[in-house]
Structures are given as C-alpha cells and as structure tokens.
Design a protein around this ligand. Structure first.
Ligand code: FAD
Length: 1065
C-alpha cells in the first residue's frame, strides 16, 4: 500500500504504514490524521503518496491514498486534492472532487488558509461542511494517543466526540459521490443544510449496493440517513424513479426536525433534504448515462467573468478646465480612507483620566422592573459607578417625540431597552460589570399591534378619485422585512466635560443639532453649553439620524456626573440589538384594471412595525404613502398607513425612509395585474408610466418627467428583447433552472416631508493667505457631501479645490441644522454654500475691480478691513402639504431611474445568481459623476441586500437572534450582478437644485427591486412547469427559502405544521 502524507502543519512529522485500505497509523504533532484513499478494498494495493513532493516517496506508481495531518490547513488540503484529481482517472477521485466541491464554498480564502481539517472535525458543528462528506464517503479516522492508535469509520456517533483520528475513504469505480451546501449567501456563509451523498453500485450494473446520505443542519450533529441506507442494503433496487420515490419517502420520515429547531426554516430544510437528493439522483443518472438528463440539471453556480460599465456625463462644451463642477473628481477623503489614515470618532486619542461606559439592557420585551441589584457590579474590578434613571440631572424624557427615556423608568418595552450603565476604567471591566447587574422583572404580555389595534397616531390617508365606481378589484398582499444599517462604524460617543457645565461631544451622528438638543435636555443645561463635533462617519444610512442619541445622552450623563471624559463605542451585537433598523412593512391591496392592462384604481393599506417609540415613524409612513403608486398614473387611489406600536427596539430612518417599502408594494400589484392578464409585466408597467403634466394622488403636478427616456434607454442598453427571447428559450430547455427578467422604474420625491427641515446653513472663512475654511450643516458619512460642497465653493469663488478645506461639522459653526438625510443635503447645503460664497465675492468685488489682473491671493491679502467670514442660508421655497385637504406641494422635484435585471434561479435549492443589471439614472446635471455613480451602485447593492438577502430573525419572545455578520448577511462581492452597467441620463437639467443637479443618495436603492421581480419572473416560469399560473405572493427578501418554497413541486409538499424558532415582525 502506498499513501501520501500531508504533514499536519509546519514541523510535524509523519510516517505512514498500512495496508488493504485500512487506515494508516500516523504520528504528527497534531494528534489527528486523515487518509483519503481512492480505493478501499483489502485486495487492492495502496500507495503512500508524500506531499509536499520533497517528502519521502516509496512504492509503486499507483496512487491510492492521501494522508493528512490534523493541522493541515484546508487550503493546503484543497491544493493536494486538486493535484490528485488532475493526475488520477476520474473514477478514482470521486471523493476528492466531493471534498473540493465543498471547499469551494467553505468560508473564505482567509479562513481556509488558517483553519485546519482536524479542528473542523473536532468542533463537531452540526453544520460542518466537511463532516458530511467524510461520513458519506465512509472515511475512516485514526485516533491516536501517546503510542496507541485505533481507527473507526466516521459516522454520526464518532464525529462529535472522538479525539485524534485518521481517515480512509474508498472510491471504487462503481461509486459516485457529491457534496452540497445551501446557505443564505453563496460566499463566506454558514450552511442552512449541508449534505454529501454516495451511492455504490454492484459492479457493471445500476443496482444499488450502498446508499449513504449524510446531512448537516438537520440535527445537533451531522447525521447519516441510516434507515434509508439499510433499505438498500437488503433490497435490490435499480437507480430509477421507483427508488427515487421510495428514498424520498424514507428521507422525509428520517430527516424530520423539531418545530423549534435553532435556525428555523424547518419546512425548507426538510424540503432541501429531498431536493438535494433529487439533484444527486439526476447527477448519478447523468453519470450512468442511463438516460439523457443533461437538460434537466444545469448547475447554476458556474463562475462567470465580471463585467461592469460606467457611463458618466460629460461637462458642457466650453466649460473651463478650472471649473470642477460636473467633473468626476475623487472623493476628497478617498485615499485617507483607503489607507486607514482617516480619523473616526474612536480614533480620538485617549484622555488621561478617561473612563469607559457599558450599557445595561433589558432581557425582556415587555415587563415591569421589580428590582435592580447593582451591588455585585459596583464591587467589580475597575468600576467607578453605575447609573440609572435617578442619575439624570435634567430630564429623563427624550426621543424625537418625547416618548422615550434616557434610562428605563419602572418598565421596559423591548429587549435591548437601556436600563442603566456601568462606568469603569476599561471596556472589559465595564462590560463584565454590566453583566453582573441583576434585574428582576414581572413580565407583561407583548403587544400584538394589528390584533390589539395598537397604532401610533395619526393614521394617515391619501385619497383621490372614486374607488366605489371600480369593480372587480384584484386583492393581494406582501410583507417586506426590515433591514439592519450595518454601517462599518457602530454608534460611538466620547463626552468631555469642560468648565461652566460645558460638554464637548465627539459623535458619529447625521444630526449634530438633534444630538445637541437631546444632551442639553438630559443634562438640564442650555444648548449653548453643548458642543457636538462630527468629523466623519463610517456609514450612517439613516441609522445615525435620531438613534445616536440613545447612546450619546447616556454617555454625556455619565461624563457630567463623574466630571471625567467618558467613551463608549457599541459592539456590533449591541448596536444591532439596541438601535433599530428599517421598518418592516406589510402591505394589503386591491387593484382595479382594464383588459388592456391600464390600472384604474388602487386601494392600499400599509402597516409598519415602528417598535417601542414613535421616533421618525410618522414621516416614514407618510413617505411610503407618497410613493404608493410608484411611477404609475392611476386616477382613483386610496391609501392608508397604520404605524404599529410593538415591543421591539424603535425602528428608524433607513436610506429611502419608507419610500422603498411603498414602492415595493406598488411593484407587487402591477406584477399581479400582468400575471392575471397573462401579459408581460414590462408591457403593463410601460403602459401605466406617468406622462409629463399628470398629477399624483396627492395632487402634485409632475414637471420634467424623464421616466420614458430612462425606460427606453434602459431597454435599449440592456438589450431587453434579446435577453427576454434567450431567457424564454433557456426556460423551455431547463426544468430545474429558470431565468427571469424585470424592468422596474422609480420615481423618488425629493424634500423632507416635514417642511421646516428643508433648510441649511453654511459658514465660510477666507484667511489672509487665500485659503478657505468651509463649514456647512451637512455631515460626511462617505457619501461625498464635503467633496461636492468644495466643488460648489470652488466654482463660485473661482479658486481651485485645493484652496478649500472642510474640517468637520459642529454645532458652534452652523447652528440649528437639519439632519443629513432625505437625499437633500447637496441641494440644501450646496445652496447655502453658494449664498455664503456670493456674499464674500460681493465684498471682494472692489478689490477685483481695482486689480482685475490680480490673483485670488492678491485680492484677499489686500482686504485689511472687511469681514472675510460669511454665513449662508437656504430654504426650499413653496413647499407644504396638508393631509386634510390633500393639497399643497410635497416635493421640490423627483429623481427618476429605471433598472433592468436578469437572474437565474435553482428551483431545487432556491439559490439565485444575479446575471446582469442595467441602470439608467436621472441625476440632472451631476455635480460629480464619479460620486453619483458610486451612490447609484452602493444604493443598488444595499437595496439588493434588502430585497434578496438580509433577514432579521426575532424569537417569539422578542429577542433579536441575528446580531452579527455570522447570522446576518449583507451582500458580498459575488452578489454583485456579473454584468453591471450604470448610466447617468444625459441632457436632463433640473431647475430646482444647485447647478441643475439632482439628489442621488436614496433614489437608486429601489432599483434593486428589479432583481427581486426578476426572481419572481423566474419563479413564475418554474411554477408554470407544475401547471400553476396567475398571481402569487412572494415576500421580501426573496431568500433561498422563499424562492424554493414558491417553486412548488412534489418536493415542497411536506406534511406538518410547526411553531417556529423565529417569528416575522
Ligand atoms: C469566518 C468563519 C467562517 C467559517 N465558515 C465555515 C464553513 O463555511 N463551513 C464549515 O464547516 N466551517 C466553517 N467555519 C468553521 C471553521 O472551519 C472551523 O472552525 C475550523 O475548521 C477549525 O479549524 P482550526 O484550525 O481553527 O481549529 P481550532 O479552532 O484550533 O480547533 C477547534 C477544536 O478542535 C480541537 N482540535 C484541533 N485539533 C485537534 C486535534 N488534532 N486533535 C483533537 N482535537 C483537536 C481544538 O481543541 C478545538 O476544540 C468557519 C469559521 C469562521 C471563523
């Protein structure tokens, strides 16, 4: 026998002996050893194969067996197996290929470079990806202890507990083995179900001798379907339909799951066991060449070359080279951010006497606090003090609607509700002590908002036309899940007390003025004592508009009490637990339409899950209502929005601010209309698009509509007709893989719907050396606002960008600012900067006139007695809307865009692949096309996460289960469409905003729904194979679970109803 030895990490020593397919003994510094053999009957000679090549090689040239030391990394193991696959006949490498198949989707390269195979086995994770392969392959493990060794076949009982092992895997000519991994996200994710399947036939026949099906994710350990295996050990069965039916029934019985199994998705996981077996069944059929099945099974996971295109706008002919407006100049912090030099809040150096704060939060969703015992915490090492409601010197009442508390007072209304805080010398000490605080609760029933009619007021309604006149309305509904902001930088505050009750705060906040007001109120001091400074944020996305105050008020109270600087940066799990996210929405509708596809009536009701406080939920619901018809002109509309009070952390602003939810419901009903009529959804959408001069349901006349231009350009750039024909052909040829396409428009209203917020200020100083310090009310969160503001100042003052600097945003330079939100910050702050710069130019005018040939520096240096500081202000004119009369102007203007996406779904697993997306976006005359394209791409990808991937899971007791990147998946590189083309619509000036530009931050996000509706289109094709036509419900996100379930077929019909591990909120 010959075996290759793969040492267990550097410096390990291996020596292999063994014979007849039984396992080889090994001595390695790591005590675990694996052997993969390509043949395993005692009559066959084994080879010892030494890898790396410089290791000892003996015996005949026939390679049969590879030995791995336990500390061999997965990357190394993969490299060795790949080499073996290249040099051995295919039938001898079935097992190696199955391991490689699994390694492809095993974590990421970095993890595979350090994770060792021994550690993976010994971790005994129920969702280990390798253990099912080892088990199905019938691997043998050698267990070693000082001087002694024993071997065993890896099966369910051995995986979890036995220490040192080696493997021996057989791969006779008549064995086929495949591995499968199904996870929420394809890249770098943990499995929902992982499986490996091996079948051995009697030589020269298709009669099954052994069938080993092993699964991860179906029990607390990796399991082998023993009863299914026993069946084929005793009965003679050929690989065919009869076996398929029988094996599926046995598997369905054997792979049952407890209703409350951790991870949830019980029905889906059970369906997957059957679906994956069916995939295996088809693969083996194909290999046996018993029948032609190649068109049945198309692997959806092949890697395609990525291809992205940008089409930027050109500046007008004749624009001077020095004029940077409209040019794609780089984000001014880009290099600093890429190199790590950019300073964020937590980079502020430690103060000498600084302390750290940790929060004490509720573990109950709704309860009365009976007692709080902080004695143990106060005795903990390094603890300086504990703080509770009675320690707040000013008002404990806080929040956007004054319906929250700094610290819970007698009652908690969500898990994560802040009850108190511990301040200590270090983060570790503070966090340890916070866990030592004992709170006794009397639990109260959580609120079921819709059942109990527990709604925040007002309940908004918008109505136009007459719904009574319309009959035969088609009903439907859709649920849109929430979303975590997942900014890279979590919420953070450093509070530094100064003299006379002054408090200086370094915060990562989109709304310094709100933070200032909340802190001043909690401390009981006037606003002029509180200075809030924001250099930049590591992402905000709305999550730092109002919810930063949850932390900053607590930190400020602690700093005030102790008269020492106090800092706190939330850990990811704390941030996810405490600060809320995008509102989940449930939309119910009735839509009336003509045979032509023209929609004539819409009745829609929205329910949003606001959580335990009002926060910004009213404005969010109003925006959802203002977007309920998306881009479609409908004469009769009734929309109503209910804001549900629930026992979850308060949900808040998130890019799009209710717009994407309202728009998403619109696309659900327009798709239903198309499905009902049996027409293409694109045809129906195009037919209903708004035209110039038409009126919205809230009576705003539309001017400068570019929807039709965006639509036509998008169809032409995406080659929609060609793609559609190709997809139809593909779908006819493939039963279990389907392609889908969707073209979706968006019309996004620009303005704060709270009219008074549509204002901004700026302060510009010119120093005698000619340099300019620019300050404005907006904050920088990576979106490039400061860069655009410098471009504006540069054009107005006529000086290069390099002469202008933005240091930070602070409440002592520009006061009473609006949050950086609603996509309107460039419009508002840009106009304020313009205003300030024009004032300064006017003051400089005499010097320019005196010396027209002089330089900027000449003029400025001569100005000894004029004020070279000016502030600017801007307020958007003519805004204001009244719900009672359904009149007034809600929005300043609209940003339009259209996207066409194509996807491919695997009907058996629910996996999907984003093949291509083409976006045409109207951003007016872009201030900076490089930044704007970045915003379009970024918004699109964030929307893609919202509509296809990201899922928050809550336990039935209101505990957030998804509190980190391990369980909550945002899009990865592989989720970016293989072909992504972004074009900015040319020659579309906007007369309502600075230099004819348009807002861009939020509008493109919804275009990602084109991926969702392309998936729905593919699911429609799959359902048609089962004879199902007409409208069907698909909730967002279109996760693998939902896609699989919607592709109804014989594997999805499993008996049983369960009470779930997690609930939808
Ligand atoms: C980001 C990330 C992604 C991941 N993705 C996946 C995935 O997709 N699929 C998957 O299956 N796993 C995944 N994992 C799990 C990971 O692969 C395992 O944790 C890894 O294989 C363990 O290897 P290690 O060398 O780090 O083991 P260690 O962490 O060092 O050890 C793990 C355990 O095994 C014991 N042990 C190690 N060697 C021996 C030995 N020779 N004898 C006896 N006991 C031993 C250790 O004492 C310890 O208890 C992921 C992990 C991370 C961090």
């Amino acid at each position: 026998m010959k075996t290759d030895l793969i040492p267990g990490g550097t410096g390990s020593c291996c020596q292999a002996t063994g014979s007849g397919g039984n396992v080889i003994s090994c001595c390695s510094r790591a005590a675990l050893l694996f052997v993969f053999c390509s043949w395993c009957t005692s009559s066959v000679l084994f080879e010892f194969w030494l890898v790396p090549q410089n290791l000892h090689r003996t015996g005949s040239p026939v390679i049969r067996c590879i030995v791995f030391g336990a500390a061999c990394t997965l990357s190394h193991m993969g490299a060795v197996l790949r080499k073996a696959v290249q040099s051995l006949p295919p039938h001898q490498t079935e097992v190696f290929q199955a391991v490689l198949e699994q390694l492809q989707w095993f974590a990421g390269q970095q993890i595979r470079n350090v994770a060792a195979v021994g550690g993976n086995i010994m971790t005994a994770s129920p969702i280990s990806d390798l253990n099912p392969v080892f088990m199905a392959a019938g691997c043998k493990l050698t267990l070693m202890d000082k001087g002694s060794a024993s071997s065993l076949c890896q099966d369910a009982s051995s995986v979890s507990f036995h220490p040192p092992t080696t493997f021996c895997v057989s791969s006779p000519q008549s064995q086929f083995i495949s591995a499968f991994k199904q996870s929420p996200r394809r890249e770098d994710d943990i499995s929902i179900v992982t499986a490996a399947m091996s079948v051995t036939f009697s030589p020269g026949t298709d009669v099954v001798k052994d069938l080993r099906l092993s699964f991860g994710g179906m029990a607390p350990v990796t399991v082998l379907a023993r009863r299914t295996r026993q069946q084929y050990a005793v009965s003679i069965r050929q690989w065919g339909e009869e076996l398929l039916q029988e094996a599926c029934s046995l598997l369905a019985e054997e792979m049952s799951l407890d209703p409350s199994a951790p991870g949830g998705m019980v029905s889906y996981r059970r369906t997957l066991t059957l679906s994956l077996f069916y995939k295996f069944y088809l693969r083996v059929l194909q290999k046996l060449s018993v029948q032609e099945v190649s068109s049945e099974e198309t692997d959806t996971l092949d890697v395609q070359e990525r291809n992205s295109l940008l089409r930027l706008q050109a500046v007008p002919e004749g624009q001077s080279l020095g004029d940077v407006v409209g040019r794609p100049i780089m984000h001014l912090s880009a290099l600093k951010q890429a190199t790590g030099e950019a300073m964020y809040c937590d980079d502020v150096p430690l103060y000498e006497n600084e302390l750290y704060l940790a929060l004490i939060t509720s573990t109950k969703a709704h309860a009365r606090i009976l007692s709080v015992d902080a004695a143990a915490a106060e005795r903990s090492p390094g603890v300086v003090c504990c703080l509770f409601a009675s320690d707040v010197p000013g008002s404990n009442i806080t929040g956007m609607r004054q319906d929250e508390t700094v610290f819970a007072d007698g009652q908690v209304t969500c898990v994560g509700h802040i009850v108190g805080a511990v301040v200590a010398d270090t983060q570790l000490h503070a966090q340890r002590a916070a866990k030592a605080v004992k709170i006794q609760y009397e639990e109260l029933e959580p609120v079921e908002a819709i059942v109990a009619q527990s709604f925040y007021k007002p309940i908004r309604t918008i109505q136009c036309g007459d719904l009574e006149a319309v009959h035969n309305c088609l009903p439907g509904e859709i649920h849109i899940g929430g979303q975590e902001h997942f900014y890279l930088e979590t919420n953070v505050t450093l509070a530094v007390p100064r003299e006379d009750g002054e408090m200086e705060l370094f915060i990562s906040s989109q709304s310094p003025s709100d933070s200032q007001a909340f802190v001043a109120k909690a401390l009981g001091v006037p606003a002029n004592r509180v200075l809030v400074r924001v250099k930049r944020m590591g992402g905000g996305f709305g999550g730092k508009e109002s919810r930063t105050s949850v932390l900053s008020t607590v930190v400020a109270v602690a700093a005030d009490k102790l008269k020492r600087p106090v800092r706190c940066m939330l850990d990811r799990d704390e941030d996810m637990l405490i600060t809320g996210g995008r509102h989940p929405f449930y939309g119910k509708y009735k839509v009336g339409f003509l045979q032509t596809g023209k929609v004539v009536a819409l009745d829609v009701t929205f329910y949003s899950n606001a959580g335990n406080s009002m926060d910004l939920s009213q404005a969010i619901m109003e925006r959802a209502l203002f977007h309920m018809e998306n881009s479609y002109s409908i004469p009769n509309v009734h929309g109503q929005g209910f804001i549900c009070r629930t026992n979850l952390p308060s949900n808040t602003a998130f890019r799009g601010f209710g717009g994407p939810q309202g728009l998403m419901v619109a696309e659900a009903w327009i798709t239903d209309v198309a499905h009902c009529l049996g027409r293409s959804a694109e045809e129906v959408r195009r037919l209903n698009l708004y035209l110039e001069g038409e009126s919205t349901p809230y009576n705003q006349i539309l001017h400068g509509v570019t929807l039709d231009r965006c639509w036509d350009e998008c169809l032409s750039r995406s080659e929609y007709e060609r793609r559609r024909a190709a997809a139809d052909l593909f779908n006819r040829q493939n039963r279990w893989t389907k392609r889908g396409l969707a073209v979706v428009p968006t019309k996004f209203g620009i303005a704060f719907t709270a009219t008074f917020l549509n204002q901004a200020g700026a302060l510009v100083h010119i120093y005698r050396d000619g340099s300019v310090l620019l300050t404005h009310g907006g904050t920088e969160m990576g979106q490039g606002l400061h860069t655009k503001m410098v471009q504006v100042a540069s054009r107005v003052l006529g000086i290069p960008c390099a002469r202008i600097y933005v240091s930070e945003t602070s409440t002592n330079t520009v006061a009473n600012t609006s949050p950086t939100a609603a996509s309107a910050s460039s419009d508002l702050n840009g106009a304020a900067v313009l205003n300030a710069c024009q004032t300064l130019l006017k003051r400089l005018e005499p010097y320019r006139t005196q010396n027209p040939k002089g330089s900027w520096e000449d003029w400025v240096s001569r100005t000894k007695d004029i004020n070279l500081s000016a502030n600017g202000f801007y307020r958007t004119p003519d805004l204001g809307y009244d719900f009672d009369t359904n009149s007034g102007r809600v929005f300043n203007y609209y940003s339009y865009g259209v996207a066409c996406s194509e996807v491919e779904i695997d009907c058996l697993t629910g996996t999907h692949k984003n093949l291509s997306t083409t976006i045409v976006m109207d951003v007016g005359h872009s201030l900076n096309p490089a930044i704007d394209v970045g915003q379009v791409e970024g918004g699109f990808m964030q929307g893609l996460g919202l509509f296809t991937l990201e899922e928050l899971h809550y336990s039935p007791r209101g505990v957030l289960l998804t509190r980190g990147p391990g369980s909550y998946k945002i899009p990865a590189f592989g989720d970016i469409p293989t072909q992504l083309t972004v074009s900015l619509l040319r020659d579309a000036p906007n007369d309502k905003a600075i230099f004819a530009s348009k807002a861009v931050g939020e509008p493109p996000l919804f275009l990602a729904s084109s991926v969702f509706y392309a998936i729905k289109d593919a699911v429609r094709a799959a359902r048609a194979e089962s004879g199902m036509t007409g409208p069907f419900r698909l909730d967002s996100p279109a996760s693998a679970e939902r896609i699989r379930t919607a592709c109804c077929d014989r594997f999805t019909k499993l008996p049983g109803t369960f009470s779930p591990w997690s609930v939808r909120v």
